[in-house]
Design a protein around this ligand. Structure first.
Ligand code: GLU
Length: 414
C-alpha cells in the first residue's frame, strides 16, 4: 500500500504555557517561526569559513523557542559562499556554473553544520532544497507544503535553501529573503525573521544620509515604503532591502509578521525578544484568516460535492467534512483544487480545498474514513475537506469572511 501526500494543514497545538509571558512581541508569541539566516552572517567574509561560534548562539536561541512550544523552520543561505572558498574560486562575481558547483560543495557543509549543532541537542534536522517552481506551480507547492507539515509534525527542524545546483538565472529566486517568505506563506507561519547585516528599514540609506530615520514598524507597505528600499552593503548575500520589502509583501499578505533584524551579534533572536532595534511588518489578519479569505475570494471552484443534512450540521459546527457525509460529486476536480460544498437543495454552503479528486471522492463517499485505504489503495487524509481549508458561506452564498483579491496561481496562496 502506498501513502499519498495531502495538502491540508494540521490543526495547531494551542500556544505553550509561557508564550504569553515576558515581553509581548510577535516573536514571543510565535507558534510557527521561519528564520532566514543570511550568508554574510554565516560565513566569515575574510576567511570564507563558517562562523561556528555565532551559529552556536543562534542554535541556543532556536532551542529555547522550541522548548516554549514554537515550531521552527530555518531558511539558510551560505552554500555558495562556503563552497567557493573550498573550491578556491576567486573573489567577485561567479559564472552560473561556478556558483552551481560552489553550491553543491557548500550545501553539504552547511547541512552538516546544522546537523551537528542541532543533533547534539537531540533535534532532528531535515534538509529541504526548493526551486522557484516549487512555490509557483500548484501541485509542487502542495507537495512541498505537505512535506514541510510532515517534518514539523514529526518534530524535525527543516533547514531550507534554494536548490542552487539546478537553478539557472531564469528559474531561480536568487535571494533567500523571498524564498523564506514563500516558505512562511506555504506553512501558514505566524512569524518570519530575516536575520541580516542591516538592522531594519530606514527612510533613506543610512550610510549616505545621516538624517535617515529608522522605521520601527510598518502597518502597510505603501509606495513610499517601497521607495525607501536601498541596497545593503553586504558582500556575500544577494538580497538587498528591495527583496526584503518584496518578502514582507508576501509574508503580511499571508497573515505573517515579518521582522528585519541585525543578525551579526551573538544570540540574535534573544536580542529581538529583549527589544533590540528591528523593523516589524504587521499583517492585517492571522495566517488562518488570510488563508480562508483566499479560499473564499480568490479561486473559482472547479467542481462541487453534495452533502447530507448531518454533514451540513457538522460543517456549521466547525467540523471537517468527512467522506461519509458526501452524497454526490459534480464536475472534474483534483486533490488540491477548490470545490463548492452544496446542500441537498443545491445551495453553496461552503467552499474548500479537496483532499481527493472527483473520481476518488465518488469511490469513498458515504463510507467511513477507516475504509479509505482499502477503497483507494493508498492512505490519504481522513477528511475530504479539512476545516482549516474550508470557509463556511452565508445561506445567500456570500462569504462569511471578507473577500480577498489576488491571482489564481499557487504564488498567491496564503
Ligand atoms: N542560496 C544561496 C546560497 O545558499 C544564497 C542566496 C542568498 O544569499 O539570499 O548560497
Amino acid at each position: 500500500m502506498t501513502t499519498r501526500k495531502i495538502s491540508r494543514k494540521p490543526t495547531r497545538k494551542p500556544p505553550a504555557r509561557g508564550v504569553a509571558e515576558g515581553v509581548q512581541g510577535p516573536l514571543d508569541q510565535a507558534r510557527r517561526l521561519v528564520v532566514k539566516v543570511g550568508s554574510a552572517l554565516l560565513v566569515d567574509a575574510r576567511t570564507g569559513r563558517l562562523n561556528r561560534s555565532w551559529l552556536e548562539t543562534l542554535v541556543e536561541d532556536l532551542l529555547r523557542l522550541r522548548r516554549r512550544g514554537c515550531e521552527l523552520i530555518l531558511v539558510s543561505s551560505g552554500a555558495i559562499a562556503l563552497g567557493r572558498r573550498h573550491l578556491g574560486l576567486p573573489a567577485g562575481a561567479l559564472r552560473l556554473e561556478e556558483s552551481q558547483a560552489a553550491a553543491a560543495v557548500g550545501q553539504i557543509r552547511l547541512a552538516h553544520a546544522y546537523k551537528e549543532l542541532l543533533e547534539a541537542h537531540e533535534v532532528t534536522v531535515a534538509q529541504v532544497l526548493l526551486t522557484l517552481e516549487d512555490s509557483e506551480q500548484r501541485t509542487r507547492y502542495l507537495n512541498a507544503r505537505a512535506t514541510l507539515e510532515s517534518l514539523l509534525r514529526l518534530g524535525a527542524i527543516p533547514v531550507i535553501n534554494e536548490n542552487d545546483t539546478v537553478a539557472t538565472a531564469e528559474i531561480r529566486y536568487g535571494d533567500n529573503d523571498r524564498l523564506a517568505a514563500r516558505v512562511a506563506q506555504m506553512t501558514s507561519a505566524d512569524c518570519l525573521v530575516l536575520l541580516s547585516d542591516v538592522d531594519g528599514l530606514y527612510s533613506a540609506d543610512p550610510n549616505r544620509d545621516p538624517a535617515a530615520k529608522f522605521i520601527a514598524s510598518v502597518a502597510q507597505i505603501t509606495p513610499q515604503i517601497e521607495a525607501m528600499a536601498g541596497r545593503s552593503a553586504s558582500d556575500v548575500g544577494s538580497g538587498g532591502m528591495a527583496t526584503k520589502i518584496a518578502a514582507a509583501r508576501i509574508a503580511v499578505g499571508a497573515g505573517c509578521h515579518m521582522c528585519i533584524a541585525a543578525g551579526a551579534h551573538p544570540h540574535p533572536l534573544k536580542r529581538i525578544e529583549t527589544g533590540a532595534r528591528c523593523t516589524w511588518f504587521l499583517p492585517a489578519s492571522s495566517p488562518v484568516a488570510a488563508r480562508k479569505q483566499w479560499i473564499a475570494g480568490t479561486l473559482r471552484p472547479v467542481g462541487a460535492i453534495h452533502v447530507d443534512e448531518g454533514a451540513l450540521r457538522a460543517l456549521q459546527a466547525g467540523k471537517s467534512l468527512l467522506p461519509a457525509g458526501v452524497t454526490g460529486t459534480l464536475g472534474r476536480f483534483e486533490s488540491g483544487d477548490t470545490i463548492s460544498v452544496l446542500s441537498a437543495a443545491g445551495v453553496e454552503v461552503a467552499r474548500g480545498i479537496a483532499a481527493y479528486s472527483d473520481a476518488e471522492t465518488a469511490r469513498i463517499m458515504g463510507r467511513h474514513s477507516a475504509e479509505i485505504a482499502a477503497l483507494l489503495g493508498f492512505r490519504g487524509s481522513d477528511e475530504l475537506i479539512h476545516r482549516d481549508d474550508m470557509v463556511i458561506l452565508q445561506p445567500s452564498g456570500a462569504s462569511a469572511s471578507t473577500g480577498a483579491a489576488g491571482g489564481t496561481s499557487a504564488g498567491g496562496v496564503p
